[in-house]
Design a protein around this ligand. Structure first.
Ligand code: AN7
Length: 364
């Protein structure tokens, strides 16, 4: 067919094959993920001051609207190489959306185990749309992951949570892209932390690239947990994690040790941000930079503000070198979790369909 000869845009495996655990015979399952924008943010930069340059790595523009797609292309391709018959995952929402999409692409079933009533509506819609087998449990994410681990993986089905090392390998590509664009690693990298797979992956990616002389230095890693779901910050399991940022409502992260290692080796920190700070940052980023992210993603931006403006910050920017380069990863698209904002839409009252009324209502 004509279309098969057209050049397709490649995904992260095509771009970074030499750094990933794939072979010539691995069947590639891709949705052309990755290559996401690293957006220079002038308003954020001036709020930080000191001549710093702040960039947002906008992972919400991936095929299913989150960073999970980078890891999923590798995990699902490897699962197909091993002739898996199905995929399974626990999720706070984004992993299930991504796993369901890549399973559909691969032509195999996907089972998702979710905490009932705690998944943002857009993410649940995605899991249904992509045809996943959805099991909602009376429990939280940590319970769901425990059950998935106990079910175990093998040839019949493969676990595609970030405990699967192929997921981490794929997610490293975000660090590669940042270095490729900036032509070196940034000075600071800020991101939200839930199950702690992503901070683990970024740190591994930055280290890989440096050891291949693709960069001259490593960034300081600063991760942010929601105040009500902050096991790493408090150094203890949180039995009943609570936060509006449902994606990071996790009390016992799988990559806890690796996150601590990333922070220790990079001389960074894990800090907390409140739900109020998260929602404030979400709204600020949308209104000042035109980037609408889900609440969990806004934790990175709320964290940036805390580093710059609060004397309570675990990592204070008071003494950072002038003109530092700072990257914040925003992990998921705002449309996935419209509920906090749709509340405000109820205030919208129609006016008569006339020029006079529209002029008056719009304040022109
Ligand atoms: C938007 O989907 O854990 O620290 O099951 O969806 O690597 O877990 C999602 C996590 C940040 C935290 N931002 O990343 C899941 C899930 C968003 C997320 C995180 C998640 P990790």
């Amino acid at each position: 067919m004509m279309t098969s000869k057209l050049r397709q845009s490649g995904g992260v495996i095509e771009h970074y094959r030499e750094y990933l655990p794939v072979r010539a015979s691995t069947p590639i399952v891709s949705l052309a993920e990755g290559n996401t924008p690293l957006v220079y943010c002038s308003q954020l930069s001036s709020r930080v001051g000191r001549g710093c340059e702040v960039f947002v790595k906008n992972e919400g523009v991936n095929p299913t609207g989150s960073f999970k797609d980078r890891g999923m292309t590798v995990a699902v391709s490897k699962a197909m190489e091993h002739c898996a018959k199905a995929l399974i995952c626990a999720s706070t929402g984004n992993t299930s959306a991504s796993a369901a999409a890549y399973a559909a692409r691969a032509g195999i079933p996907c089972i998702v185990v979710l905490p009932a009533g705690k998944i943002a509506s857009g993410k649940l819609v995605q899991a249904f749309a992509y045809g996943a087998r959805i099991v909602a449990i009376d429990g939280n994410f940590d319970d769901a992951l425990r059950i998935v681990r106990e079910l175990g993986d093998g040839h019949r089905f493969v676990i595609v949570n970030s405990i699967n090392p192929d997921r981490i390998a794929g997610q490293k590509t975000a660090a590669f892209e940042i270095v490729d664009v900036l032509e070196d690693a940034p000075d600071f990298h800020l991101l939200p932390v839930g199950n702690a797979g992503n901070i683990t992956a970024y740190w591994a990616g930055y280290r890989d690239y440096k050891s291949h002389q693709r960069s001259t230095r490593l960034p300081t890693m600063i991760g942010f947990q929601a105040a009500g779901a902050a096991p790493i910050f408090h150094n203890r399991i949180v039995e009943k994690p609570e936060t509006i940022a449902s994606a990071i409502r996790i009390g016992n992260p799988a990559s806890w040790k690796q996150a601590c290692a990333a922070v220790a080796e990079s001389h960074g920190a894990i800090d907390i941000v409140s739900d109020e700070e998260i929602l404030e940052a979400q709204s600020w980023l949308a209104k000042h930079e035109g980037i609408f992210v889900e609440p969990a993603s806004a934790a990175a931006v709320a964290g940036l503000f805390k580093c710059c403006e609060s004397d309570q910050a675990a990592y204070s920017f008071q003494n950072i070198p002038e003109a530092s380069r700072i990257v914040c990863t925003v992990t998921g698209h705002g449309l996935k979790d419209p509920d906090p904002i749709t509340q405000r839409m109820k205030e919208l009252k129609p006016v008569a369909a006339s020029v006079t009324d529209v002029r008056r209502a719009s304040g022109l």
